[in-house]
Design a protein around this ligand. Structure first.
Ligand code: PLP
Length: 397
């Protein structure tokens, strides 16, 4: 997955353009730029690549989720339904707006179970956020139908699945508003960066203004611009955007490599009858950033995970015991350990987490191993890895 594995002169040349004219900021300084607008160019390139009308770059994927929600009007006291398995950014981005994350069970797609979503809807629910985890996707049609029926905003965090598709549409572009991350370890990297993508012009204009102190970006004099509403600073710099501009043009190359490596590993593991694979909704095509598979139970998954480590099979995660991606280890959220006072609404809204159990999610995550697919592996390295993985798994079956 990490695009940094294949950095080349393409990235270097884009960054040098920026350093040559010295304008590191994405807005203004028109005269000094010698025609270089890296952030704007990256926005156009992303719009073209993912076939959406509007793209707003921001400083991170976490910022993208917050800006996306804010742009759609999600705020204090609103409930946002999200999965129990995701990066911590999901609840951080919701809570930054004073909104309440409502965690619900996942199924073997590794994201939202539509039945759990429906059961969690209350009079305060404002949005449903599907997180396209580990290179694949949720039940997009079912989730969209639920949002339509209940008049909810549908948000898509596609930070880990850039390049994947559902019924021919790019992941990230299917819901009302979508998010990408370009942090250092993502398939396309800017070092740090993110994007909000949407076909909703109003959301886009909101995201454009909100991510830059509420500036309306009308006219050529930044100092004279008006501020239709309050905003913050979630801007990306030209240096970061320059790296992403080179990288996004290489997305087809990266996806092709991921796909090739993924299938070498998958075909080897598929020979083992006890191994099953994560469910991909019909019509979906993964980005192949990860290979996710299930073992018969928690005990075997733990042993195989340890055996992988002993045998040098790196970057295979057993998220059940990993602190970052699954609710089991989110003590700081459950206990609301905050540097500053948290609103009464959010405190009350999150009190359910002290007692709620997620048995279905536990069962799925306990059995799952998630292996990162690297871009830099040679053919013989992938084949050797496949052989070793099969050997490690068979030892405990
Ligand atoms: C990486 C990631 C984010 C956050 O992105 P940053 O750019 O690191 O802030 C959000 N959601 C998911 C699913 C991610 O994997």
């Amino acid at each position: 997955m990490p695009g940094f594995e294949l950095f080349s002169d393409l990235e270097r040349n884009e960054v040098n353009d920026v350093l040559d004219n010295g304008v590191l900021m994405r807005y203004g300084f028109d005269g000094m730029r010698k025609g270089h607008w890296k952030a704007k160019s990256l926005e156009s390139e992303l719009a073209k690549t993912f076939n959406v009308n509007h793209v707003q770059l921001v400083s991170s994927g976490t910022a993208a989720v917050s800006v996306a929600l804010a742009s759609a009007g999600v705020g204090a006291g609103d409930e946002v339904i999200m999965p129990t398995f995701t990066f911590v950014a999901s609840f951080e981005a919701i809570m930054m707006l004073g909104a309440i994350p409502v965690l619900v069970d996942i199924d073997e797609t590794l994201t939202l179970d539509p039945k759990a979503v429906e059961a969690a809807i209350s009079s305060k629910t404002k949005a449903v956020m599907v997180v396209q985890m580990c290179g694949s996707m949720g039940h997009m049609d079912e989730l969209k139908a639920i949002c339509d029926t209940h008049n909810l905003i549908f948000v898509e965090d596609a930070c880990q699945a850039i390049g994947g598709t559902y019924k021919g549409q790019a992941l990230g572009s299917i819901a009302d508003v979508g998010c990408f991350s370009f942090d250092f370890v993502k398939t396309i990297t800017c070092g740090e960066g993110g994007a909000v993508i949407t076909n909703n012009k109003n959301y886009y204009l909101n995201a454009d203004h909100y991510s830059d102190h509420g500036h309306d970006h009308v006219g050529k004099d930044r100092g004279a611009e008006s501020h239709p509403f309050l905003g913050y600073n979630f801007r990306i710099s030209e240096l970061n955007a320059a790296v992403g501009l080179a990288q996004v043009k290489r997305l087809p190359e990266f996806i092709a490599i991921q796909k090739k490596n993924y299938f070498i590993l998958r075909e080897a593991l598929a020979e083992i009858p006890e191994v099953t694979f994560r469910r991909v909704p019909e019509g979906g095509e993964e980005s192949y950033a990860f290979l996710n598979f299930f073992l018969p139970n928690l005990d075997i998954a733990r042993k195989v995970s340890d055996e992988f480590k002993l045998n040098g099979i790196d970057a295979c995660f057993h998220y059940y015991d990993n602190s970052w991606h699954y609710i089991r280890k989110w003590e700081h959220l459950k206990e609301l350990k905050s540097l500053f006072p948290i609103s009464k609404d959010v405190k009350e809204g999150l009190s359910y987490l002290k007692t709620k159990t997620f048995l279905q999610s536990d069962d799925v995550i306990a059995r799952n191993l998630s292996c990162l697919i690297k871009l830099s592996w040679t053919d013989s390295e992938v084949r050797d890895r496949a052989t070793k993985m099969v050997h490690c798994i068979k030892k405990y079956l």
